[in-house]
Design a protein around this ligand. Sequence first.
Ligand SMILES: C[S@@+](CC[C@H](N)C(=O)[O-])C[C@H]1O[C@@H](n2cnc3c(N)ncnc32)[C@H](O)[C@@H]1O
Length: 228
Amino acid sequence: MDSTRRRLPNDDAAGAGVQGTADNDAERFWEQHYRAPRAWDARVNPLLAETATLLRPGAALDLGCGAGGDAIWLAQRGWHVTAVDISTTAVERVRERARDLGVADQVVTAQHDLASSFPAGQFDLVSAQYFHTPLPLHRSRVLRTATRALRPGGLLLIVDHGSTAPWSWNQDSEIHFPTPTETAAELDLDPAYWSVLRADMPHRRATGPTGETATVTDNVLLVQFIGG
Ligand SMILES: C[S@@+](CC[C@H](N)C(=O)[O-])C[C@H]1O[C@@H](n2cnc3c(N)ncnc32)[C@H](O)[C@@H]1O
């Protein structure tokens, strides 16, 4: 293990389910997803932009960075970004794009299966945008680890789908997206050290990769580590 990653303990039943073949399954699934010939949507996510625009740039961590729209956008606004994803193809493309756009000095990319390792460092902003997967993942454990990677005053922004866009690759009608209240409960934050700045489910008009539009719902949770 190199010094840029922390190993996470596998301390629960759901975590145990992602060891062994499931780990490989997750990597395989997301590698296939990012290698498939489809239009890469590398636009910044609106809720991330809305939130970060109000902040002084610092160190940011993008969990499940995907095509890297958020990481690049943040870097272009002066942030130093660590962008991680389980897919090697995704992180390599983000690295290439950062280089092509002249922000390579501000973007560190790394492949992590966040079920078992987490990037080292302390951050002013940790962002998890649509950090959803159809594979087994103890997501709340990853997000709790993210809370420990924040500097005092730092923000954790979790934006989940609240509805499925018609152009989404995942049209599973059984899917349950966690509400902000459910996610906050899973984080189990001590109110002496944490403030909930936002927990809501706004609607917005979204545009798909080929220009179609639809109203979608986002589940937004923004918390701040006061310190302690
Ligand atoms: C729904 S996509 C969202 C991507 C990006 N944040 C966005 O907003 O477009 C979920 C992302 O999480 C990543 N991911 C899924 N499971 C992961 C894991 N165990 N460790 C790290 N990344 C993971 C996927 O590769 C994918 O890029």
